[in-house]
Ligand binder design. Structure first.
Ligand code: PMP
Length: 430
């Protein structure tokens, strides 16, 4: 039975202190209480093991956000922890390069189809920023076609509501057509002939590519002497060891990876065709102190070893496929499939919420998420299955979804969604 009387006083007090002293209270927007259901959702996690996390109040949750992507093997994987501790005993970072940089780069070139050269960084934002700088330097052009979100830097955020502090002029250099809208891409290329340096997109978010969209965008970019960059910061490793590019059979010129690549440690990279990277490298400046940190690189090597020996990507696909199938069935059985839909491909699932008129419903989203989290299932935007999720997690999750769907059905029938809400509605950040 759900715990309706979750007491979050301790966490709320700590959050108040945090907001007073840390800008935004924390370091990632997706971790802010206002992005979940403030008053109901947990606010701080203090421990994680496998697929479970424990909040500051001591409640245990099955987590499907996996630190927003990084914990692809689950929390605190013992093999990764052991390898990192051994490396730590020898020193984490030095005043000269460490041989592990070469070993890790060679491994990436073996497993990622487009990787002929590599550059390591720390965050997804750094990787996408480097990729775009490479593309601009290589092509000698300045304009970009981009997708939904690629990080917090200027070209990625300049056309969003949170674009304070970014020169307005930059908005003239980026275009953000909708995924799958090939005609919109073509129009931009026509209107800005000879000016587009690259298309940077996530190969998939939730909506699958239609009519060979990714193949056609690659042809379109190349026909216009622009580059194709895949932002695989989320899809990387989880759609397969070779990323979504391998899954969809579309090999970009440059790709970026981060999040899951080092089993929870901070590491990202930009990889790509040698001709492009060699053509750009002397024209650009990319340099960062912690880029060669051996702990994350050791964690990366160990993570990939585990992924290879246990066929982790297949396990993630299978778990996600079963979860989507069972979730869709219980939503249908609850008579709510026209209101709540589980979307996306198995390694990255999400939900769409519609009212009885077919309009996006924030109230329904809030109610479903509220009932799910009360039953100790946690996720923010995406459901990102990991190697650690198993049959028991599946059964508990489906049961929680089932009861939550029935409550939503009742609230919709009574036309009283708002009356059922026990916390604040989540905000959308960008
Ligand atoms: N690209 C995509 C597709 C992302 O989802 C994110 C982060 N959520 C980033 C880039 C930026 O990564 P980071 O937060 O590590 O800078």
């Amino acid at each position: 039975m759900a715990n309706n009387t979750q007491n979050l006083d301790k966490s709320l007090k700590l959050w108040e202190r945090a907001e007073n002293i840390i800008m935004n209270g924390t370091q990632l927007y997706s971790k802010m209480p206002s992005v979940s259901i403030k008053g109901v959702s947990p606010i701080y996690f203090v421990e994680g093991k496998g697929s479970k996390v424990i909040d500051l109040e001591g409640n245990k949750y099955i987590d499907y956000s996996m630190a927003l992507g990084p914990c692809i093997l689950g929390y605190a994987n013992p093999e990764v922890n052991h390898a990192v501790k051994k490396q730590m005993a020898k020193g984490s970072i030095f005043s000269l390069p460490h041989p592990i940089e070469v070993e890790a780069a060679e491994l990436l070139c073996k497993i990622i189809p487009c990787a002929e050269m590599v550059r390591f960084l720390k965050t997804g934002s750094e990787a996408t920023n480097t990729a775009v700088r490479m593309a601009r330097a290589y092509t000698g052009r300045e304009k970009l076609i981009k997708g939904h979100y690629h990080g917090w830097h200027e070209w990625s955020i300049c056309d969003t509501p949170k674009n304070g502090g970014i020169p307005k002029v930059l908005r003239n250099y980026v275009f953000t057509p909708n995924y799958n809208d090939y005609d919109a891409y073509e129009k931009i290329f026509r209107r800005h002939k000879g000016e587009i340096a690259a298309v940077i997109i996530e190969p998939i978010e939730f909506e699958p590519p239609r009519d060979r969209f990714l193949h056609r965008i690659k042809e379109l970019a190349h026909r216009n002497n622009a580059l194709l960059i895949f932002d695989e910061v989320v899809t990387g490793f989880r759609f397969g060891l070779g990323g979504a590019q391998e899954h969809f059979g579309v090999i970009p010129d440059i790709a970026t990876f981060g999040k899951g690549m080092a089993g929870g440690l901070p590491l990202s990279c930009v990889v790509g065709r040698k001709k492009v990277i060699m053509g750009a490298k002397d024209k650009i400046f990319v340099s960062t102190t912690f880029g060669g940190d051996t702990l994350a690189l050791r964690a990366f090597l160990t993570t990939i070893k585990i992924m290879q020996s246990h066929n982790v990507a297949k396990k993630i696909w299978d778990f996600g496929a079963e979860l989507k199938e069972k979730t869709s069935r219980i939503l249908k059985d609850a008579g709510i499939i026209n209101n709540i839909r589980c979307v996306g491909l198995p390694p990255r699932l999400g939900f769409e919420f519609k009212d009885n008129q077919g309009k996006d419903s924030k109230e329904l989203k809030t109610l479903f998420m509220q009932e799910v989290v009360k039953r100790k299932i946690f996720f923010v935007w995406n459901i990102l299955p990991s190697f650690a999720h198993g049959g028991k997690d599946m059964a508990e999750t489906i049961e929680a979804f089932k009861v939550s769907a029935q409550i939503c059905r009742k609230a919709l029938n009574e036309n009283r969604l708002k009356d059922y809400l026990e916390g604040e509605m989540p905000i959308t950040v960008v």
